[in-house]
Design a protein around this ligand. Structure first.
Ligand SMILES: Nc1ncnc2c1ncn2[C@@H]1O[C@H](COP(=O)(O)OP(=O)(O)O)[C@@H](O)[C@H]1O
Ligand SMILES: [Mg+2]
Length: 412
């Protein structure tokens, strides 16, 4: 079986590395780390006809679309129309991520537990609604409806900060079209986790739970980022909680988007033991995937192939281990940062895998090329041992200004 994995990040490197244990894999465009493990090809992911031509040229049996943008643009539809079995929903299913306003309506219709909310395009009406929620004793989350690269949500415990967020999005249009419509949602207080579920035309199967740390600094302080590290398993997320989430959050929404083939990522807040849906994404999480694949045994390639074909899902062997992935980021991230800084990688302990994200080759030397540069992923019999191993390996991965958290897998 031959897979084509589309994308250039740490998620795609991890998927390719895992799939390559059981299948032939091509990644496009990939990155220097992925190129050490599998074949790579160049492609512009936004160009559906180029993607189709590539899928034909490499004779892909299954195409895995990694990031959300091509899914939102309908690349999975184009691939399926040309006969390629594809992991990733079409444009219709991708609306769950493309429009938070639409997703909230779909949740309401499907009876999915979620915070009360309304969508607005006009500042005055949004401000009135936010004020009324504060008067009723709630805080609010102000969310840009469109995809805003993790920068579109302001969680506000003061009316003033909600007003500022609404003004930035609706009046000053600081997030462009993504913020032309906003969702004002009651603020929930609880513990967060996310569930990654493989979906094959209504049949589904959840992968091991991983928890991410989105804040830049230890102890969940500092600004939000794309994710600074993940670990799996998560002891406070019981099998019963996963089951309840599947019953109340996953199954009802899938009934509302028939024919969904791909991954459904449910972002959840657990309040008094009950899961509330914060959002859906329509692809594998990054950097959750980097820890999750380390905990899967045989059967992942077969399972993704079944997803792509809308066939019954075969089981995936679950490993009895723990995984920790620590993200190493450029100095300045999540603000402006310099690219092109040389990276040196020394010998790594056994059981450690480096998943590349923002790296490039410059005259044969590995250099930084993004905010999140590498994910150092380790496994062990306990989370503590996996974390110790990841942090021991970090000593061998050097570039000027590198920043990372020191508490991944050590706190929750
Ligand atoms: N209703 C809410 N109450 C409290 N916190 C929220 C709420 N909605 C979102 N958040 C916080 O904001 C983060 C980002 O929101 P999310 O809906 O996941 O959007 P995105 O991932 O697209 O930025 C969440 O992970 C959570 O920490
Ligand atoms: Mg989110």
């Amino acid at each position: 079986m031959r897979f084509l994995v589309l994308g250039a990040g740490g998620r795609e490197h991890a998927l390719a590395w895992k799939l390559a244990q059981e299948a032939e894999v091509v990644v496009a465009p990939g990155n220097p780390g992925a190129a050490e493990d599998v074949e790579t090809e160049t492609v512009a992911l936004g160009d559906a006809s180029a993607v189709l031509a590539l899928a034909k040229r490499v004779a892909a049996d299954v195409v895995v679309v990694g990031p959300e943008d091509p899914l939102i643009a309908g690349v999975a539809d184009a691939l399926r129309e040309s006969g390629f079995a594809t992991v990733g929903p079409g444009k219709e299913g991708a609306r769950l991520e493309a429009s938070k306003a639409w997703a909230k309506e779909a949740m309401a219709r499907a009876g999915v537990p979620t915070a009360a909310s309304r969508a607005f395009v006009q500042f005055a009406a949004a401000a009135d609604y936010a004020r009324s929620r504060f008067n009723e004793g709630h805080g609010v989350a102000v969310k840009a409806s469109g995809a805003a690269l993790g920068k579109g949500v302001a969680v506000c415990s003061e009316l003033e900060s909600a007003m500022e967020a609404l003004e930035r999005m609706l009046v000053h249009r600081e997030l462009g079209e993504a913020g032309a419509e906003v969702v004002v949602e009651d603020r929930l207080v609880g513990q967060e986790f996310s569930l990654l579920t493989l979906v094959s035309d209504g049949r589904f199967f959840s992968l091991p739970v991983a928890q991410d740390h989105k804040r830049l600094l230890d102890g969940d302080e500092g600004p939000n980022t794309g994710g600074m590290g993940t670990f799996s398993p998560v002891d406070w997320v019981s099998e019963e909680l996963v089951q309840t989430t599947e019953d109340q959050v996953v199954a009802p929404i899938l009934a509302a988007v028939p024919g969904y083939r791909g991954v459904l990522f449910s972002g959840l807040m657990v309040v008094d033991g009950r899961p509330f849906c914060l959002e859906y994404n329509v692809r594998f999480g990054d950097p959750e995937t980097q820890s999750v694949v380390r905990r899967l045994g045989a059967g992942f390639a077969e399972a993704l192939s079944a997803v792509a074909q809308g066939a019954p899902l075969p089981p995936i062997e679950a490993l009895d281990n723990c995984a920790v992935t620590v993200v190493m980021a450029s100095a300045g991230y999540p603000g402006p940062y310099t690219k092109g800084i040389p990276i040196t990688v020394g010998p790594l302990p056994e059981g450690v895998k480096l998943f590349h994200a923002g790296t490039a080759l410059h005259e044969g030397c590995l250099v930084t090329a993004g905010g999140r540069v590498l994910g150092v992923s380790a496994t062990g019999p306990t989370l503590e041992e996996a974390a110790d191993k990841a942090y021991a390996a970090i000593g061998s991965v050097r570039f000027e200004g590198r920043q990372y958290r020191t508490d991944i897998g050590r706190t929750r």
